[in-house]
Ligand binder design. Structure first.
Ligand code: HEC
Ligand code: HEC
Length: 328
């Protein structure tokens, strides 16, 4: 009994001491905290794309070709869409829908790094890929269409424009803010249910309740591009992987409101809305010939087989931290 009492007294003393420490900590919250350096955020205009009209060194025919290339990237559907004047090759989206400001916008999936890094080995295809091949990848996947012949004036113009945009970038380097940003992982699986709420609150107003987007009055291209359904990107596209979608959307959507330095979605919201949108129906793409070397599949490639033992579900939605830990 005495021992029991002693024990109680001892516990009480401990409790009081702990409370005193807690109160002290609460009263003097900041004093012993090490100052934290502000997170480094690269400026939104990390890479400044050149302007065709400001380049006085261009021969007139080169300038005409570049301007045509820019036009094709901006209004792709007018030329290649279901009502296209060159051919009926694509789903009606524009390259610019995903490569903002004709591939010039920092953090907007710009083309800054392309000239400096192609041709390069493409692990998905298992072979060297040229800029032409990469453009056709987007035609076949993001635009759910057919490849465009290299010799056509259209392909030559798009190629020339993209190569010209990045011509001053040092070989094999990537300007800050080019392509799609790899955003931080969250420590749970991305949730289509939570993403549905994000979509209704922040995306549906433009992209539509049913995700089908909105055509312009001429019906030739989209004012607001589709996010799923028959005219959207297919299951082989970069945006079909959650990291691609989340990284693009976090820095750029809602359109003209969110920026890299002041995004409007939290990291979790970006992953969740990616999960929701990529759970909706869309055209499928035969990927049997992709990632022949399965060890090189990206962590969020949503189709097996895999070189590890994680499920297809986890490869699609996460949690992804586990993969990073295994790879370490
Ligand atoms: C639905 C969205 C979407 C559309 C539409 C689209 N792309 Fe892409 N494109 C992507 C994504 C995502 C990537 C991969 C970016 C990354 O990995 O950082 C990409 C990559 C590229 C790249 C390689 C960039 C690099 O730095 O390696 C080129 C070139 C390209 N696209 C050209 C085009 C062209 C030309 C069109 C129109 C014919 C087009 N894309 C349409 C989403 C799209
Ligand atoms: C104010 C209207 C608006 C809102 C709100 C908006 N978007 Fe967009 N979104 C656009 C426009 C316009 C484009 C195409 C930009 C261009 O062509 O220059 C676009 C492009 C996209 C693209 C690439 C093209 C495609 O269709 O696949 C994705 C993905 C996207 N938005 C996702 C979202 C998500 C997710 C949200 C909500 C968090 C959202 N957007 C909110 C207007 C909007």
């Amino acid at each position: 009994m005495a021992r029991y009492k002693q024990w109680r007294v001892f516990t009480a003393v401990l409790l009081v001491a702990a409370m005193a420490i807690a109160v002290f900590a609460l009263l003097k919250p900041q004093q012993h905290v090490k100052p934290v350096a502000p997170t480094k955020v690269a400026p939104d205009n990390a890479w400044v794309a050149p302007e065709i009209n400001n380049d006085s060194s261009l021969a007139p025919e080169t300038k005409t070709l570049l301007l045509y290339g820019e036009e094709l990237i901006t209004h792709t559907a007018k030329y290649f869409g279901p009502k296209g004047i060159v051919s009926n090759t694509s789903n009606g989206m524009n390259c610019q829908n995903c490569h903002l400001d004709a591939g010039r916008k920092s953090w907007g999936n710009n083309f800054g790094a392309v000239a400096a890094n192609y041709p390069r080995f493409n692990p998905r295809a298992g072979r060297l890929q040229t800029i032409y091949g990469r453009i056709n990848d987007c035609f076949q996947r993001s635009l759910n269409g057919h490849p465009v012949e290299t010799a056509t004036r259209e392909m030559q113009a798009m190629f020339a424009y993209i190569a010209w945009l990045g011509r001053t970038v040092a070989l094999n380097s990537k300007p800050v803010g080019s392509g799609v940003e790899k955003i931080a992982f969250i420590n749970r699986a991305a949730s289509p249910d939570s993403g549905k709420l994000v979509y209704a609150a922040k995306c549906a107003v433009c992209h539509g309740k049913s995700g089908g987007g909105l055509l312009t009055a001429t019906g030739m291209e989209y004012a607001y591009p589709p996010l799923w359904g028959a005219n959207s990107y297919n299951t082989g596209a970069g945006l079909y992987r959650l990291s691609g979608f989340a990284g693009f959307v976090k820095n750029n959507m809602p359109y003209l409101q969110a920026t890299h330095s002041s995004p409007l979605l939290t990291i979790s919201q970006a992953w969740d809305v990616a999960a929701f949108v990529n759970t909706q129906p869309r055209p499928s793409y035969d990927q049997q010939n992709d990632w022949k070397d399965i060890k090189r599949k990206p962590f969020d490639f949503p189709f097996g087989p895999y070189a590890d033992t994680f499920s297809q579900q986890q490869h699609k939605y996460g949690p992804f931290q586990a993969f990073a830990m295994v790879k370490k």
